[in-house]
Design a protein around this ligand. Structure first.
Ligand code: AQP
Length: 355
């Protein structure tokens, strides 16, 4: 049993329209976890600079993600909602983690390879160091659980590696200062300052794929808007995108095995299951043997039923930017106080001079 207090942290980048993958893979889980946990949810605006440094509408996109959090049901009074750049301790800890992490670790990150493309030498240093800032986001609160989509699994493993290396490199100082906490790592009980964070990944919608290509994940940056369902799409647009979604000519199978090598079919079944809060097996029990011409309208109706109220609520919240800004300001103050507590200990552990 970990002696760390259970705390949930996660973040979303303000890099464009939120889509169904962000919602089912992450935000819906944020909402579920807030029932029984203390949660901190962050709009990670500093991360978005790795994609686009000059960002005309960064403020509005930050507000839009915040509105999506609130419209989905996150309660900013019981939990903390804020934008990352308000709490400078994230960047401070990220610098320290840059000195803990190894370049080889960063070079192995598949997201870096995908996003940097062929011209890696010309990618920003920020893109390479992205996982180190993500580790700092999580560990500056010593968060124990992080709900994310499957694409973030490798970054979370790196967060665990950074925590473990910090705990090992500074084990004597951590012990001397009495800052160690007992935790179970595998079968072993170890002491450390940072928890070895658990990812919360899973369910039928952990990796939603593009509606145009079942081998690519649904993504904000895909140039084709038909590849994704945006949280703000209206009913007609959602129906049109699902109708146009790529499929194969066969009927839906009755068993999960029948989805093997049918990525587009599996994706639509996963989306249905995620929206209906059921399993892919249950969806196949209901629709097995039916053609896509019958399944797609049912999926479109379900998507509209679940997403339209969120889109309406987002629009309502966005109309009052002062309220949104106040949520972020208040959240930032509360997050900042927690982060500073951690950083005081980190500065002591490292031996930095402070008052
Ligand atoms: N397709 C997806 N299926 C399930 N979960 C997903 N997530 C993203 N895409 C999918 C999860 O959403 C959370 C927020 O993601 P992010 O904004 O931090 O950035 P990202 O992972 O890089 O998402 P995008 O939408 O694909 O953005 P771009 O196109 O800018 O790269 C994370 O928990 C993520 O796992």
């Amino acid at each position: 049993m970990s002696a760390f207090k259970e705390l949930v942290f996660s973040g979303v980048q303000p890099t464009g329209n939120l889509h169904l993958g962000n919602y089912l893979g992450a935000i819906k889980k944020f909402v579920a976890l807030q029932e029984n946990n203390d949660c901190i949810y962050c709009v990670v605006d500093l991360h978005s600079l790795t994609a686009q440094l000059v960002h005309e509408d960064l403020k509005d996109q930050t507000r839009a993600i915040t509105a999506a959090f609130l419209a989905s049901g996150i309660d900013p009074r019981k939990h903390i909602v804020f934008n990352q750049s308000r709490v400078m301790q994230h960047a401070e800890l990220a610098w320290i983690f840059n000195c803990v992490a190894r370049i080889g670790w960063m070079n192995r990150m598949t997201q870096f390879k995908d996003k940097a493309g062929k011209d890696r030498e010309n990618a920003s240093l920020g893109l390479l160091a992205y996982p180190s800032l993500m580790a700092a986001d999580i560990l500056v609160y010593r968060a124990t659980h992080v709900p994310v989509g499957e694409d973030q699994k490798q970054h979370l493993e790196l967060t665990r590696d950074i925590a473990q290396k910090f705990n090992n490199d500074f084990s004597d100082r951590i012990r001397e200062l009495g800052l160690g906490v007992a935790m179970n790592v595998g079968d072993e009980t170890v002491h450390g300052f940072f928890p070895i964070t658990e990812p919360v990944i899973g369910g039928p919608a952990a990796r939603i794929m593009s509606l145009r290509d079942g081998s690519k994940k649904m993504s904000k940056s895909d140039p084709s808007d038909l590849s994704r369902i945006n949280l703000t799409d209206d009913a007609d647009t959602i129906s049109k995108k699902i109708k146009k979604a790529k499929t194969d000519p066969d009927a839906l199978p009755s068993e999960l095995d029948g989805l093997a090598k049918r990525p587009e079919a599996e994706n639509l079944v996963g989306i249905y299951a995620g929206l209906a809060e059921t399993s892919k097996e249950a969806v196949l029990r209901e629709f097995g043997g039916q053609q896509f011409s019958a399944f797609k309208p049912a999926l479109a109706d379900l998507a509209v039923e679940k997403l339209a109220p969120i889109a309406d609520e987002m629009r309502r919240i966005m109309a009052d930017t002062t309220h949104v800004d106040n949520v972020l300001k208040d959240g930032g103050q509360r997050a900042g106080a927690l982060a500073e507590q951690t950083m005081r200990s980190v500065r002591d552990i490292i031996g930095l001079l402070q008052d």
